[in-house]
Design a protein around this ligand. Sequence first.
Ligand code: M6R
Length: 592
Amino acid sequence: MCGIFGYIGNRNDAGKLVIEGLKHLEYRGYDSWGIAIKEEGNSILLEKDIGKISEVDSNNFTMQSNLAIAHTRWATHGGVTKENAHPHICEDCSIAVVHNGIIENYEELREELKQKGYDFKSQTDSEVIPHLIQEELKNTNDFAQAVRSACKRFKGRYGLLAMDLNSKTLVAARTGSPLIIGVKKDTGYFIASDIPAFMEHTKVVQYLDDGEMVVTNGESILFTDIETGEEHPKREIEITWSIEKAQKGEFDHFMLKEIMEQKDSIARAVNQNEQQIKKLGEAIRNSKGTFLVGCGTAHKACMVAEYFFSVVAQEHVNVTSAGEFKLYNHFLTSESLLIVVSQSGETADVLEAMKIAKSKGAKVLAIINSEGSTIAREADDTLLINAGPERAVASTKALTGQMAVLMLIAYSMKNKLKEGKMLLLETTSLINDMLNPRYIKFIEEVAENMKDESDLYIIGKSWNFPMALESAIKIQEVSYVHAEGFAGSELKHGPIALVEKGTPCITLAGDDEIFPDIISNTIELKARGANTIGVSPIQSDAFDTWIKVPNAGVAQAIVNIIPIQVLAYYLAVKRGMNPDMPRNLAKSVTVK
Ligand code: M6R
């Protein structure tokens, strides 16, 4: 959560540059923003406010400057106020800091610094950082050393950027929260929480790893270990994502763009190195216990995969939310396998699960979208789903890519990889046909009829059950309608009491042997007055409205979720919400 971006080099428009770049990180947090610019005459211009960075005019920051840092916030400690927005500065205004993460021992540090006469202006944990750096500067003339000494005292997770007027340097340090350096020869260094911030300037990157810091004066850069000060050589990597893929193009919102991209992104997920897929399948077969974890939508992909492994590969896997993995540690040995699924590759609960597994000697495999992310780098082996940048907070194309890859692994375990690939590629072309303008219009009309409802329920069986849970997440997070998903058979054990005359209830179904069962559940709902909507390849009298989907067999879950994503999108738009920036949420959840 929180986006940070800084620049140092020989350009003289650093302020405008960082504001524009930061707008590409808005998905990481959007309750307030701020910027610190080194102005001519060697002073810091500090400006911050509540509100969205996208609404800030970068032309207000055209003053001559070659060094600036900026921040877009997702509040953790301290409410959404101008004072709590970053950057925070030290007493003599020579140091400015932006921070992503949580300094867990901030209360103790704050007290200590207050005793020494430091004055705090915000309620944030982050404000201890510039003050502590200034305090450490009493023991050294070297700004980077002072940052190092301060970092050694922090407990918790941080990705921070500190700029210093005296040394005219920019220092970045990380433990837990991502930071990536964009390198442009003869121009300077861009340091951000994520690549889209500087993608229009350079595609050459260097990753800052946990426990590392970097210092740059704009001409050269030095990576060192925070603890030991030892120099760390770094490779430059050229990233493959294109700027077009990271922009909205003709769409009003990233969410709709990313939903529509699924006809291509699923095909890209399927186009995997076969040896790599087989290797993962073998790792599952050979493990003495496979655990599959993720959070939110990625967790639902894991739940669907449990059915893939059962039905296709007849292999048992244990699925849980990454945040609930801690007490599973008793089941782990050095022969266990943990498979983590994450779009961003930065989710704190997933990283924690990896740490637990590694502490028991278990192997960790990652199914990831973001190249070079922390999870991708810390796992023993990684498989990229190749969905391309996913910018909307609501995960759509990453989910279907994750499910496609997990399905391929299940097929490979039965030596049927080709069959799995064929099925998925056929499904992609069915999705392509399905996502035509008339179809989208039809779902928009369904959303129009439903937009004033306050409660909505979704049911499914087998792999459509996790998709019912996922449907609820999608609708909740972007439209704020109270939505809940259930296994169809669970209805009569409690939830059916919620249904009143006219309550919209969505049924997710496939053309399979359990179709009659889920239809019975739908009839039970209809008998209580529900307004039933079926997402199914086959029509039924039980549906008041039928959203037709192609028959995709084992891949039905992948197909069925797509009209629901469209429905959630239009419910949000029709209720006046911005689906790309739901309240209280951020794209990468880098706090536990
Ligand atoms: O980046 P990750 O896949 O690890 O993120 C996990 C969840 O935070 C994410 O899927 C979240 O639930 C989405 N906002 C749902 O659309």
